[in-house]
Design a protein around this ligand. Structure first.
Ligand SMILES: NC(=O)c1ccc[n+]([C@@H]2O[C@H](COP(=O)([O-])OP(=O)(O)OC[C@H]3O[C@@H](n4cnc5c(N)ncnc54)[C@H](OP(=O)(O)O)[C@@H]3O)[C@@H](O)[C@H]2O)c1
Length: 351
């Protein structure tokens, strides 16, 4: 597969590459790519045929959007690019509080403010895919659907999706939109990797039922699944080393055991571990386009090469077994033994 193996994002007409370029690393910051490096990453991704650029108003204090907007203008490819950005986090919050509550969340007032500011930084008059970055826990879902649908009708955004929310929120939005014959969410953006498979319980089935694609973020678990960190080592470099905003939650016994299997498969294929982790994410049912993040051009090149890997059934089975999430209530309900109890001992096939 290559980046030009285009497909639609969920049940929509938005045509996307199998890998999307995440630009959380673009702009100033300790673990970020400076402007020339960010441009090289952007150019390499576009050169490989990639068409989805994902940013957010909050990344590097808006600098990521500014750089992305500049690169797209310089490339003259606005029409060919799927430009995605996000609203929801509040840039005015301080440790002692006192920020503007209208500068975050999914209320209509903030969405309009946030979109106008993003469009200004991006230097464009529309966004292709507008994400609710995070669920705020209070705004009625009907209001979110109304506001984002109005923006579609106004031509300021083409599509919208939800990130980091309970599955029921996206499902309720899809249901309201379908009943009212108005635009609904086309995708979910969620953490998904071999060491973070929680979304398989509720989000993936909800996405499938509502025709939404899933776009995994942190498919390398912030770099952990590249295998560059060593257990118990202190001198490793990278985003997860030393003092960092992501903590060391990836360095768990369970994750090191998963990484061992990733490395074994990588050894069989003669490929880096990170490429195997990306290939696994891309191969999961329901995944529409997988976000790749990079701090250097070399990292991006390696990540793009993951698209050419096809894991065989045995390799997928070993990776799945090593990383299987603990079945919760929902997964237990779907067990074959429960179905047989319901259908008089028969294995009834579903649609
Ligand atoms: N919706 C959300 O809440 C949310 C949250 C997070 C991310 N995102 C999106 O998802 C995108 C990707 O997320 P992510 O950056 O967390 O993804 P990731 O792929 O899990 O981690 C990327 C990081 O891993 C390291 N890395 C990447 N490729 C590598 C390679 N080939 N070899 C060695 N190290 C490598 C780099 O960090 P170092 O070099 O510093 O180690 C890089 O910054 C973001 O850009 C953003 O667009 C969305």
């Amino acid at each position: 597969m290559s980046l030009t193996a285009y497909r639609t994002l969920g049940c929509s007409g938005l045509v996307v590459s199998p890998l999307a370029l995440g630009t959380m690393t673009f702009g100033s910051g300790g673990w970020n790519a400076d402007a020339p490096t960010a441009r090289a990453i952007f150019d390499a991704y576009r050169g490989a045929g990639g068409n989805v650029i994902d940013t957010a108003d909050i990344y590097a204090g808006g600098e990521s959007e500014t750089l992305v907007g500049q690169f797209i203008r310089d490339s003259g490819a606005r029409d060919a690019v799927v430009l995605a950005t996000k609203f929801g986090f509040n840039a005015t919050a301080t440790a002692s509080g006192g920020g503007n509550p209208h500068a975050g969340g999914a209320g209509a007032k903030n969405i309009h403010r946030a979109l106008d500011a993003s469009l200004q930084r991006l230097g464009t008059d529309y966004v292709d895919l507008y994400w609710m970055h995070v669920w705020d826990g209070v705004t009625p879902v009907a209001e979110i659907v109304q506001t984002l649908g109005d923006l579609v009708r106004a031509g300021k955004i083409r599509y919208f999706g939800f990130s980091d929310m309970p599955a029921w929120v996206a499902m309720q939005a899809a249901t309201i939109a379908a009943e009212r014959h108005v635009p609904g969410p086309i995708a979910m953006q969620l953490e998904y990797s071999l060491v973070a498979r929680d979304i398989e319980a509720e989000h993936l089935p909800a996405a499938r039922a509502a025709g939404m694609a899933v776009m995994p973020w942190s498919p390398l678990a912030g770099g952990f699944l590249t295998g560059k960190y060593r257990r118990g080592a202190t001198g490793d470099t990278g985003r997860l080393s030393g003092a960092n905003p992501f903590g060391n939650s990836k360095f768990a016994d369970r994750n090191w055991a998963i990484l061992d299997v990733v490395k074994a498969v990588a050894g069989e294929l003669g490929r880096p571990a990170g490429q195997v982790a990306l290939a696994w994410a891309m191969a999961q049912p329901g995944v529409g386009s997988t976000l790749v993040g990079a701090r250097t051009r070399e990292q991006l090149d390696s990540n793009i090469a993951a698209a050419t890997i096809r894991l065989d059934d045995d390799q997928l089975a070993r990776l799945d077994a090593a990383s299987a999430p603990t079945p919760g209530f929902t997964a237990a309900l779907a067990a074959p033994a429960v179905r047989r109890l319901i259908f008089g001992g028969h294995d009834v096939a579903g649609w």
